[in-house]
Design a protein around this ligand. Structure first.
Ligand code: UD1
Ligand code: UDP
Length: 392
C-alpha cells in the first residue's frame, strides 16, 4: 500500500507552533505517511520564526500577507491559492488547526475538492459568535466541514457531541501545544538577547501579550493604561511585552507605553526564548488562546484580558482567571496577586488539563486507524487526576 498523503495547512504563528509536532511526527514514518506542508503565510515574520525553529520547509508557500490585511482579503487569497495547491498535491486528507481564517479557508478549499479534512484542536467553543472574533465562527465552520475532529479535551468532545458530530469521528488527543512546550522549555536555558539575559532575578516579571481583534481600540488602550498604573505602583516589578506585529496593536502600545521605565516593549520573540521567559515569569497577562494552555502547565497564573474564554479547563483548575479589559479590574486583580502571597499560590499550581506531550503521537495513531493501517482504535488522552501535579 502506498503511503497515505497528508497535506498540513497553516498560516499564522500559533497554528505553526501547534502543528509543528504533528508534522515532525508524521515525517518520522515515511513508509506510512507522505506529509507535505502548505503555508498561506497569513503571517510572514511570525510564521517564519516558527518554521525555522522546528526546521519545517513548506512545499507550498502562498505568501499572502499584506500590511493591515482585511478578513476578506485573507479569505479570498488563501482560497484561490489553496485550491491550486490541492489540484497539484491531491492529498488523501488535509489537516488544519484551530480557528484562524487560514484554518477555515483550508477546510473549505478541501471540501470544494472533496478531500477529507482533519481538524486539530477541534471543539473549542464560547458559543458567542463575536467573541473571539472571527475565531469562534472559524472553528464552528471548520467543524461543520471536518471529517475527523481531534479534540484536545473531554470538554471539547462534549461541545462537538452537542452539535451532533458522530462520536466515532471525535478523538481526544490533548493539545499539541504541550508537545511543543515540552520540547522547548529547559531549566538551563540561557537567553541570547541582552535585555532578557539582563533581567533582574529579584524583580517579579509580568509577561504580557495582546492582539485580539475584539480588543482593538478602547479595550487595548485600557489594558495598556492598566500596565502603566501597575508599573507605577511596584518598584520590584518588571513588565515584558513582546508586541504583536499587527500595526493596529503596535501604534497604540507605543503611544501609551513607550519610554515607561520597567516596561519593555520588544519585538515578538522566537518561540524558544518566549516560553522560557514564561517559565521564569511571575504572572502572565494575555488575551491569547495558546498562552492559556501553556502557562498553567508551567505553574504560572494567567489573567485573561477577555470577557469569555473557550478554555474553561484551566479556569476550573484555578490557574486562569478571566479579568476582562476594564482598567480598574485589571489593576485590582494584579495587585491582589502581587500583594497577597496566599492568593498567588492558589493560582500558581502546575496543572496540565491540556495535554501530556503525546498529542501528535495520538493523532498519528488515529490516522493509522482511520486509514486502515491498524484495526485497534488507539487510547485517548486522559488528563491527570485532580490535585495531581504534572510538572513540565
Ligand atoms: C491572526 C488570526 C488570529 C490569531 C492570530 C495569532 C485571523 C482572522 N486572525 O490574527 O485568530 O489568534 O493571528 O497571532 O485569522 N503582521 C505582520 N507580520 C506578521 C504577522 C502579522 O506584519 O508576521 C501584521 C500585518 O500587518 C497583518 C496584520 O499583522 O496585516 C494582521 O495579521 P492577521 O493574520 O490578519 O491578524 P492577526 O491579528 O495576526
Ligand atoms: N508566542 C511566541 N512569541 C511571542 C508571543 C507568543 O512564540 O512573542 C507564542 C506563544 O508561546 C503561543 C503562541 O505564540 O504558543 C500564541 O500565539 P498568539 O498569541 O499570536 O495567538 P493565539 O494563541 O491567541 O491564537
Amino acid at each position: 500500500m502506498p503511503p497515505i498523503k497528508i497535506l498540513v495547512v497553516f498560516g499564522t504563528r500559533p497554528e505553526a507552533i501547534k502543528m509543528a509536532p504533528v508534522v515532525q511526527e508524521l515525517k518520522r514514518y515515511p513508509e506510512e505517511f507522505t506529509c507535505s506542508v502548505a503555508v498561506t503565510a497569513q503571517h510572514r515574520e511570525m510564521l517564519d520564526q516558527v518554521l525555522k525553529l522546528f526546521a519545517i520547509e513548506p512545499q507550498y508557500d502562498l505568501n499572502i500577507m499584506r500590511p493591515r490585511q482585511t478578513l476578506e482579503e485573507v479569505t479570498t487569497r488563501a482560497l484561490e491559492g489553496l485550491t491550486r495547491v490541492l489540484d497539484q498535491e491531491r492529498p488523501d486528507m488535509v489537516l488544519v488547526h484551530g480557528d484562524t481564517t487560514t484554518t477555515f479557508v483550508a477546510a473549505l478549499a478541501a471540501f470544494y475538492r472533496q478531500v477529507a479534512v482533519g481538524h486539530v484542536e477541534a471543539g473549542l467553543r464560547t458559543r458567542d459568535k463575536y467573541a473571539p472574533y472571527p475565531e469562534e465562527m472559524n472553528r464552528r465552520l471548520t467543524g461543520a466541514l471536518a471529517d475527523l475532529h481531534f479534540a484536545p479535551t473531554a470538554q471539547a468532545r462534549q461541545n462537538l457531541l452537542e452539535e451532533a458530530v458522530p462520536a466515532d469521528r471525535i478523538y481526544v488527543t490533548g493539545n499539541t501545544v504541550i508537545d511543543a512546550l515540552k520540547a522547548t522549555v529547559r531549566e538551563d536555558y540561557r537567553f541570547e538577547d541582552p535585555l532578557l539575559a539582563g533581567l533582574d532575578p529579584k524583580k517579579r516579571l509580568i509577561l504580557v501579550t495582546a492582539h485580539r481583534r475584539e480588543n482593538w481600540g478602547r479595550p487595548l488602550e485600557d489594558i495598556f493604561w492598566a500596565l502603566r498604573e501597575i508599573k507605577g505602583l511596584y518598584a520590584d516589578v518588571e513588565i515584558v511585552f513582546p508586541v504583536h506585529k499587527n500595526p493596529r496593536v503596535r501604534s497604540r502600545a507605543r503611544e501609551i507605553l513607550e519610554g515607561c521605565r520597567g516596561i519593555h516593549l520588544i519585538e515578538p520573540l522566537d518561540y524558544e526564548p518566549f516560553v522560557n521567559l514564561m517559565a521564569r515569569s511571575y504572572l502572565v497577562l494575555t488575551d491569547s488562546g495558546g498562552l492559556q494552555e501553556e502557562a498553567p502547565a508551567l505553574g504560572k497564573p494567567v489573567l485573561v484580558l477577555r470577557e469569555v474564554t473557550e478554555r474553561p479547563e484551566a479556569v476550573r483548575a484555578g490557574t486562569v482567571c478571566l479579568v476582562g479589559t476594564d482598567r480598574e479590574q485589571i489593576v485590582a486583580k494584579v495587585r491582589e496577586l502581587l500583594d497577597d502571597r496566599r492568593e498567588y499560590l492558589k493560582m500558581a499550581q502546575a496543572v496540565n488539563p491540556y495535554g501530556d506531550g503525546l498529542a501528535s503521537r495520538r493523532i498519528r495513531g488515529f490516522l493509522r486507524y482511520y486509514f486502515g493501517l491498524s484495526i485497534v482504535r488507539p487510547a485517548e488522552f486522559v488528563p491527570p487526576g485532580e490535585g495531581e501535579k504534572v510538572p513540565i
